[in-house]
Design a protein around this ligand. Sequence first.
Ligand code: G3I
Length: 400
Amino acid sequence: MKLSASFASLLALVSFAAAQSQLWGQCGGIGWTGPTTCVSGSVCTVSNAYYSQCLPGSAAPTTVVPPPSQPTTTAPTGGSPPPSGSGLDSVAKGAGKKYFGTASDTNEFSDTAYMAILNQAGMFGALTPLNSMKWDSTEPSRGSFSFTNADQVVARAKQNGQIMRGHNCVWYNQLPSWVSSSGFNSTTLTSVIQTHCSTLVGHYKGEIYAWDVINEPFNDDGTWRSDVFYNTLGTNYVQIGLQSAKGADGNAKLYINEYNIEMTGAKATSMINLVKSLKSAGVPIDGVGFQCHFIVGEVPTSMSSVMSQITAMGLEVAITELDIRMTLPSTQALLNQQQTDYENVIKQCMAVAGCVGISIWDFTDKYSWVPQTFSGQGAALPWDQNLAKKPAYNGIVAGF
Ligand code: G3I
């Protein structure tokens, strides 16, 4: 059969486009083996030696000169050191990880000193919204969606060349009462989950690296958490959420995110078994998030063992919400222990090739969730109340 000239040229265009990175996609950097040109309307722009990204622009598609094969910390001849060379994300990428990120949200965006750190080249390569993508923010009443704040977080990430982690689709908490107390039967609740996940994930199609589709499904003893989803649909709600997300953005990595799975035990075993059963049922699942809300001096030592059992099934893992709290007031001894603890957490991710990245749950004690939840505790993050770096910062660097 003879192809018409226009169809043949369309085919050529399609295969050319497939070999190019999409808008906001990665297009270069040390260790990058994917496309190095961008689709029309975007330009491959170097963020740092480890990450180039297709940013909007009218220039013709461009190719980035491949970066040096070895990370370098020396200044280019006749110039000053690359501005991004010393930040946590640069260090993480230099150590072979995809990103070092932070959570943040719009109510902090008016703090100029805070934003100077959030926006600093090479400091954070990924952003997670603390609250603005949750169900109570995005669908406060049935079928009425609001993305105003979440859109601002995504826009900020784009401006900074940061990838996004979406957080989250299905969670018992920060869930409006029209879902939790509705008395919906299984058919209606299925449709409610499908609408929520597909609209939320679809709104950001192509813009989110990974979604926490299911958040905190288990109790600490490894049994299923009793909430409206489990109580109405049994364990099926997990696949309903994952399948809806997959249909809305086939390229986003789909995660289940959980805490207290960072040590071997009943809860970690339940997560491993859940992943196994989802895989054998052909349900889309790409990753497991380890939240890592830890206590100074009590950081688990078996996390890499749990992580390895999950990556052995073909999934990736990530540290998604790291912080290490202490009883206040902080002392030099506690801050030093915290430094060691941060280092040890990073090392456990480093020990697992499939541990793709690490995010802290905001970066400064000024905005940490900890003091409101655990009375008398805090100082959990690497920057203090006054936005000065703590010893923990050096612990992170040392861990890589
Ligand atoms: O939005 C209201 C505001 O209108 C009101 O004036 C104010 C008064 O307290 O409350 C505001 O809501 C707060 C919300 O954060 C937004 O700031 C809630 O009270 C507060 O409970 C809520 O806390 C969040 C918490 O999740 C809820 O569980 C934290 O900021 C957020 O950091 C935390 O994040 C979770 C992850 O999503 C899942 N893993 C655990 C992690 C820490 O708890």
